[in-house]
Design a binder for this molecule. Sequence first.
Ligand SMILES: CCCCCCCCCCCCC/C=C/[C@@H](O)[C@H](COP(=O)(O)O)NC(=O)CCCCCCCCCCCCCCC
Length: 211
Amino acid sequence: MAEGAETFSLREVLVAFTACVSEQREVRVDPYLAGWKGLVRFLNCLGTIFSFISKDAVTKIEIIENYRNSDQREKYLTVQSMVEYELANGLVDLQKRSDSGCRTLLRLHRALHWLQMFLEGLRTGKDNSKTSVICSETYNASLANYHPWIIRKAAGVAFCALPTRNTFLETMNVGTAEEAVAMLGDALPYICEVYKITEELYAQHKLLDLP
Ligand SMILES: CCCCCCCCCCCCC/C=C/[C@@H](O)[C@H](COP(=O)(O)O)NC(=O)CCCCCCCCCCCCCCC
């Protein structure tokens, strides 16, 4: 386990996702990115074998953060206002890869689906289950569908480095494994809600297949 893991609790990270949804059921970009940044920090604690994954996530987080720090920052306050602004101004390329906020956030959104499934697998798994198995099964059922063979292969190799479920739960620094499971049960509905709202918004604007 890399240095730093012992001082870092996943509770605050998952709490960031509880602050994402506004009263108008909009998804706030800042806590969304804060949640992802915390997850990346956690991933870095798991070892350098995961760096290629965290680097990609960081690149995407920074693209959106740059919009939040630009003159147009107000347009990127929520996922809803971002979609509206980018579509109205022709900033979303439907044909080829671009750095639009919409396509960038879509990559994180798809990863959030994996996270939701992975955390649920972790929560409901048996004491002696293998995190690597939970991780690869949920990855294959979600995110892998969007990744080329080489990335899937590299991800599969990295997953083998994951500790057992109980050690993994303890690494989260939330307390005992039972307390970590309880915290996951509390946090998951919020993550699911963020995912659901974003999914509906992207579907409504036919943005779910952005290249
Ligand atoms: C706990 C183990 C964590 C394993 C992470 C599982 C997810 C595996 C993702 C593999 C991504 C490999 C890197 C490259 C990806 C890109 O090709 C690909 C497409 O991008 P492009 O369209 O710009 O080309 N990018 C993506 O799909 C975005 C991936 C973002 C992944 C972020 C994953 C962060 C995981 C944080 C884990 C924390 C676990 C917490 C558990 C309590």
